[in-house]
Each structure stands twice: as structure tokens, then as C-alpha cells.
Design a protein around this ligand. Sequence first.
Ligand code: ZN
Ligand code: ZN
Length: 325
Amino acid sequence: MKALVYTGIKTLEMREVPDPIPGEDEVLVRVEAAGICGSDMHAWLGHDERRPAPLILGHEVAGTIASGPRRGQRVTVNPLATCGTCPACREGRDNLCPDRQIISMPPREGGFAELIRSPERNLVALPDDVPAAVACLAEPLACSWHALKLAHRTLFRPPRRVLILGGGAIGFGAALAARAMGSQDIAIVEPNPARRQHLAQIEGFPVLERAPDDQPPDLVIDAAGFAATRQVASDLVRPGGLILHIGLGQATDGLNIRRMTLQEITFIGTYTYTRQDFRDCAEAIFDGRLGRCDWSQGRALADGAAAFADIRENLVAAPKVILLP
Ligand SMILES: [Zn+2]
Ligand SMILES: [Zn+2]
């Protein structure tokens, strides 16, 4: 098959590689759309020792089953493979499984290719009218969906005022999930002016250059994850409020721990989604609760190297670029 292979820092090459061989309880999926995630960018920059070159990146995949009894069925792929038997898996927090694997990280190759292998139970069937370009957003949107689920569990009600730092797919998806779950006052902060303008035209959320300091939010979602954004989050959230931290920008620094202590602010780190969240989020995409989900930009898989470079140079206004084999 053809695949876009990460071969070294900032280098991607289209190569002919052997087709993947499905293991027990696995099938082949012919890829029709695969999104570029911030974590793919991170790997491409050589900043992720969990993803050494040569490797096929990409874990946001939709396509058609190409082997076994369900052959021909259109699906979106939950890329997290978990053991199903450990304490985390048994209590429904399978995203914390110590044996979790994700496609695009060894030993599993990713979705910037014509074919992937996947456990069959990770495949969610698509309604006929949902295109692959929409369905592949289930993965990033499930991260946002899961985060909002955690917020509801912690606050016992929909947060009234929600401030989101970062307007990529996760931040924008968090706005969509917050709205779907009952919040009404939702704003996004995004520093890139082209993306700001673009986002403001999609679903009508206010998209601001910087966070307003006179309207304390109940919930701040840090979808960037830098010291500077954590500083904003912990300075602005209202007393008794919640910070959800999804971004992986910088590992340490920025939190105003004294204020968080004196004002009883809750901080939750959140990563990926449970199996149930992934399915629930896919349903919400299919039935329109998350809007039209037509805001990604498609590029040919063969032009993937240029797409990565453009994202790096801030030349892409869309919150998500997807590669089409
Ligand atoms: Zn991702
Ligand atoms: Zn497990």
C-alpha cells in the first residue's frame, strides 16, 4: 500500500510499504479520511520519543472495513486499543489502561496510509449520510466530549459561563460539546487572527483575541496547555470554579496555586476518552447535536508534507486538516 511515512525530523515521504496484517479479533480498514492532530505535529517536530521514525502517523481515521464478515461497512475508528480486563478497563476508565495502545505509536502504525489494522470492537458504524471527512472528527471531538462529561460530574450541572483557551479542533470541539450539553455562555480565545476570523463564521461562538478579565467563567478549558494559558486559567476562573486541562503545550509552570487554594478551584487533567464517550460523541455527530462538522480542510495524502509545513507556519485557518488517500 501507499503510506505517508515520517522518516525524520520535519520529513514525510510517500512510500510503498507492506499492507498491515490484522491480528486476532482485528480487521483491515481502507482509510478514506485521516485528520492531522497536534500530537502528529509534535512527533513530526521530533518532540515525541514515543513516536520514533520511521513511523506512519495519524490516529483520527474513518473508512471502510476491508476484511472479515463486516467487509464493506463504513466506520469511524476508535484508535485506543485497551486490554479490557485491568481495574481501569473494568471500571469504565479504559483510557487509563496501563496497556493502552494507540494507532500511530509503535507497535501500531497510523492512518496516513491506504490501510490500517484495528480491533473490530473499536469500529463504530456510520449512517449512510455521514461522510468520512465528518466521521474522522469523532476522535478529536471525543476528547472534548469526555472533558465536558468530567466537568458535569464535578460541577453537578452545566457550567453557565465557559471560557476556552485555544481554537484548534479540541478547543472548538469543547465549545460544541459544552453547547450540546446545555451551556449557553461560551467564548473561545484564539491568538491567530486568521483562525479567529474563520472560527467566528462557523457556529456563532464569540472568538476573542484575549480573555476578558471582568467576567469570571465557571469553567475554563485549557486546550493549549502552555504556562501562559494555565496562568490565565488560574487567574480568571471564578471562586469554586473548574479548570479542565487538555492541552499538551508545555509540561510544567504557570498555575496560580495560591489563588487555586484560597478560592477552592478544581483542576482536572484530561486525556482522550473512554470507549463509551467515543460512541456517545459519534452519535452526537451523526444526529447533528455537534453542528454540521464540515469545518475541516481536506488535502490529498500525497500532499501531506506540505500540509504539515503549512500548519506549522500558521497558514491554516481551519481548525482541522484532514488527509485524503
Ligand atoms: Zn488526536
Ligand atoms: Zn486495561
